[in-house]
Design a protein around this ligand. Structure first.
Ligand SMILES: [Zn+2]
Length: 408
């Protein structure tokens, strides 16, 4: 193996792009496990025609009988429907357009009594805070904001950035477990997530069932739980944090969920998911507003705009996998028939990997590092099979527009 082609984290050594959208074969199915540089990584699969599994899933969406799925959801909801006016479905809400759509149709179309639960962003943006409030003020949805200890959360974010190149990991962890955790506390038996993970290229066979396994949230001993790439017990050992500070991060056990009959499902199984349509719906029904400015690293103004950390998350996916925010947005829009692959490739070339200048000082202050350290950490995550340093500038070896260093 040539040293220059060495692929960190077991990513595929040869970079290829989907023939239909603009995603590359480097897209991981889970972005968390980045610590061991020699491990085998589970990435998006491509079929014999060079089409990614997310595009294949988009095809199945066209063939699905959505009317039938809608009826199935009415049926599924019936036994959960509250008879005493209590909450009967919990919607883990990012505060974004998708969860606004989700909570609103559950209440007004399916006549349920949803409670939207938001795991607080690291650093709310102005648009994010306004949209969070509008969901109840204009959308008429009861909502609950769960904010973990900010000292611990920013520390975990720092660990996640340094260890995993993934500053968003503690937030994602919280967002994933806050549903089951608070469903148990509020006595709500149904949790409904949003889109199907197959939208992004996760294995299709995991998505044939509308219910998710409770094992999905399983951990044996909370002290062994890994946050930001380190176990809870090792964090306690080297800091002033104590075990009870970690309470918000500890999910209920699968057996608790089983005992209480808590079911976990997702709306994307029952309703055709189209991010642009969710956006229009949320604007009309829950007072959702796009961001004031174009989002960093992409061309859109209405996707994942709640947290100032989001641009750093996508900047790091660009560094680690060569896949930035514009690639994710454009690939999704090709799949949903909004733009062509050529248009998408142009947008990727123009916006992918844009540096998050707007929030860099705030971000470094939040996780207590210098800007110099920031760049050192970033560069430690550049895999040689993706990046080359040329005349003092980093360049991707391969791009979807075929203008990478090794494409020429
Ligand atoms: Zn594709």
């Amino acid at each position: 193996m040539k040293k220059s082609n060495y692929a960190m984290w077991g990513l595929p050594e040869n970079v290829t792009f989907c023939n239909k959208c603009v995603i590359s074969n480097q897209r991981p199915n889970s972005t968390v496990e980045m610590k061991n540089k020699n491990m085998k990584k589970d990435t998006i699969s491509f079929n014999k025609e060079g089409i990614c599994s997310a595009c294949e899933y988009a095809e199945t969406k066209i063939e699905t009988n959505w009317k039938e799925r809608e009826e199935l959801l009415f049926e599924l909801l019936e036994p959960f429907r509250s008879k005493d006016g209590g909450y009967d479905v919990l919607v883990p809400s990012s505060g974004g357009k998708d969860s606004a759509f989700q909570a609103h149709i559950l209440k007004y179309k399916y006549k349920m009594n949803p409670l939207a639960i938001t795991w607080a962003p690291n650093m709310f943006t102005r648009a994010g805070w306004m949209n969070f409030n509008n969901l109840s003020r204009i959308g008429g949805i009861d909502s609950f904001l769960y904010t973990p200890n900010g000292k611990l959360h920013s520390y975990l974010t720092k660990l996640a950035f340094k260890n995993l190149g993934h500053p968003f990991q503690p937030f994602i962890h919280g967002q994933k477990i806050v549903g089951p955790k608070l469903a148990e506390k509020f006595g709500i038996s149904l949790i409904m997530y949003g889109e199907n993970q197959a939208e992004y290229g996760n294995p299709l066979e995991n998505n044939a069932d509308p219910f998710m396994e409770p094992e999905f949230f399983s951990i044996d001993d909370p002290r062994d739980m890994v946050l930001g790439g380190e176990s809870v017990s090792s964090i306690i050992e080297k800091t002033d944090f104590i075990f009870r500070d970690f309470e918000p991060y500890i999910p209920p056990t699968p057996s608790t969920l089983l005992e209480k009959g808590i079911k976990v499902t997702y709306l994307g199984y029952f309703e055709k998911w189209d991010p642009q349509e969710c956006y229009y719906y949320a604007v009309d029904n829950t007072g959702f507003m796009p961001s004031y400015e174009r989002s960093i690293g992409t061309y859109s103004r209405y996707t994942e705009i709640d947290d100032k950390i989001v641009p750093f998350h996508f900047y790091m996916t660009y560094i680690k996998f060569g896949i930035g925010r514009a690639t994710y947005d454009a690939a999704q829009e090709v799949r949903n028939g909004k733009i062509t692959r050529d248009e998408a490739a142009y947008l990727v070339k123009k916006f992918d990997g844009e540096f998050p200048e707007r929030y860099i000082k705030e971000f470094c202050k939040y996780i207590d590092i210098s800007i110099k350290e920031f760049h050192e950490i970033v560069n430690s995550f550049r895999s040689p099979h993706l990046w080359v340093e040329n005349s003092g500038k980093w360049r991707l070896r391969h791009t979807v527009a075929l203008d990478g260093f090794d494409d020429e």
